[in-house]
Design a protein around this ligand. Structure first.
Ligand SMILES: Cc1cc2nc3c(=O)[nH]c(=O)nc-3n(C[C@H](O)[C@H](O)[C@H](O)COP(=O)(O)OP(=O)(O)OC[C@H]3O[C@@H](n4cnc5c(N)ncnc54)[C@H](O)[C@@H]3O)c2cc1C
Length: 441
């Protein structure tokens, strides 16, 4: 396998101190101990792969998921728990210019549907994933960002058919969201959850409907063999009519070769504090369990968990080394203390990071790999894949069932294009992040 980072980020180091590990175990499944012949093989047992397996196995297909690690080991089992709108970074003007207004609205309704899709799963399967927060609130770190919410309110209404609520800085203080922001806007779509509980419920369900899931099953070679695909994992292989690549930020340049240069893995970091007392929360004026992010390009995302720990996330390091991970943690602690000065002495007991995935066109890809019959992929959620990764998995699984890409907005089914610089494309990120940081001043 050919990957663009060193081994560190694909190992245990970055996730060693993940808070979700203390809430429930990562589900384990057997190792691959034989060769198999199936209808559909899925590479990656995160939200994407598991939801693709769900729809396929529910309809009676013979499905196997192969993962290097246990299900949810990747970003799906270690994220911030925001089940929210997002998945692409392209703005309305870009979407209108490239795909037309109807397709933009189709994409926006897909974002909304993705949140509903996860909510329906949790409800239908009676999963107690510690759900909290009514929608999501964006907080203005500058006065001019608060003024810009006036324009954004009408586009939220047009895109998602819901009425957002604007908040002055006084409203925020009154609502227990006091951290020096200049105003805010709540979009009443989305909720926060414990992603590990959700993963566990998904694994239980896909096994129940007949899918097979194997860990310790890294796919090292993927090639056409006659009219089928052959996946080699350790001493065994799987033959499948169709293959779904669901590897997102843990993708490689050669599984399949088509992906080379077409995805940009990048790190996100999260910290969680110890549970805080009521008087500590009052000292900061932050009492709300609403999930929030700030208006920066390089944004911070945060919510108070049900037991009053604060979860605080932001971009991670760029180097993919232990040293750059440590530097990212230092930055995270610094930013947390700047944003919540009354919690300066509250320790962050858990700090970890993981890989998200960016696409050059700033939109996810959910569709058929060009010129490769039976090869499908879903990835590139720009750090917002709890809802979108889940729904993308559902959409790609359905596409495989009916053997065509139907009902997927053009903006997310148009093939990924290549970044400049090929396998050295990580070099693009420091100047991009630098420019974004300057834009945040
Ligand atoms: C720290 C962090 C915080 C985040 N916070 C949020 C948030 O709050 N809200 C939100 O919406 N999104 C968030 N995200 C993003 C979100 O978690 C991801 O978009 C989503 O989980 C992607 O799911 P996935 O199934 O596509 O990929 P992943 O969950 O990353 O799974 C990919 C899997 O592929 C496997 N794999 C890779 N190559 C191979 C191979 N060759 N053979 C076998 N297996 C392979 C990996 O082992 C991995 O398990 C966050 C991400 C991180 C890292």
């Amino acid at each position: 396998m050919n990957r663009i980072f060193g081994d560190f980020i694909y190992g245990e180091g970055p996730r060693a101190n993940c808070y979700w590990d203390t809430t429930c175990d990562i589900p384990t499944v057997p190792s691959l101990d034989r060769s198999l012949r199936v209808d559909v093989a899925i590479i990656g047992a995160g939200f994407t792969g598991l939801n693709a397996a769900k729809v396929l196995a529910e309809k009676g297909a013979a499905v196997v998921i192969l993962d290097t690690h246990a299900p949810g080991w990747g970003a799906s089992g270690r994220n911030g728990g925001f089940c929210c709108l997002g998945g692409g970074k392209a703005g309305d003007a870009f979407l209108d210019a490239n795909f037309g207004k109807d397709e933009r609205l189709r994409w926006r309704s897909t974002e909304k549907a993705a949140v509903g899709y996860v909510a329906d799963f949790l409800k239908e399967h009676k999963v107690d994933a510690g759900v909290h927060s009514n929608g999501e609130t964006v907080l203005a770190h500058r006065a001019r960002d608060a003024r810009a919410f006036d324009d954004e309110m009408s586009s939220v209404k047009e895109n998602y058919g819901v009425e957002p609520t604007a908040h002055s800085s006084k409203d925020l203080r009154d609502q227990g969201l006091s951290a020096g922001f200049h105003g805010g806007m709540t979009i009443p779509i989305g909720f926060a959850l414990n992603p590990r509980v959700y993963i566990g419920a998904l694994v239980a369900h896909v096994l129940h409907v007949g899918a097979s899931v194997f860990q310790d099953a890294q796919v090292q070679r993927l090639a056409r063999e006659g009219s089928q695909w052959r996946l080699e994992a350790g001493n065994h292989h799987v033959l499948a009519d169709d293959v779904i690549v669901a590897t997102n930020g843990y993708s490689s340049e050669d599984i399949p070769d088509w992906l080379a240069g077409r995805y940009m893995p990048t790190q996100s970091s999260v910290g969680v504090t110890r549970p805080m007392t009521r008087s500590e929360l009052e000292a900061q004026g932050w009492m709300s369990h609403q999930m929030c992010f700030d208006s920066r390009n390089l944004l911070h995302y945060f919510h108070l968990l049900p037991d009053n720990r604060m979860l605080f996330g932001m971009r991670g390091g760029l180097g993919g080394t232990p040293a750059s991970d440590t530097r990212a943690q230092v930055r995270l602690i610094r930013d947390f203390k700047q944003m919540f000065p009354a919690w300066g002495a509250v320790e962050l007991t858990n700090l970890w990071s993981g890989m998200v995935c960016i696409a050059r066109g700033q939109m996810p890809f959910v569709g058929q790999v060009p010129k490769a019959p039976g090869l499908w992929a879903a990835l590139g959620y720009h750090g917002n894949g709890v809802a979108m990764g889940s729904y993308a998995g559902h959409l790609i699984g359905h596409a495989v069932l009916i053997r065509k890409v139907d009902n997927i907005p053009l903006a997310m089914s148009s093939p990924l294009t290549k970044f400049p610089l090929g396998r050295w494309r990580r070099g693009l990120m420091p100047p991009v992040y630098g420019a974004l940081a300057v834009g945040d001043l």
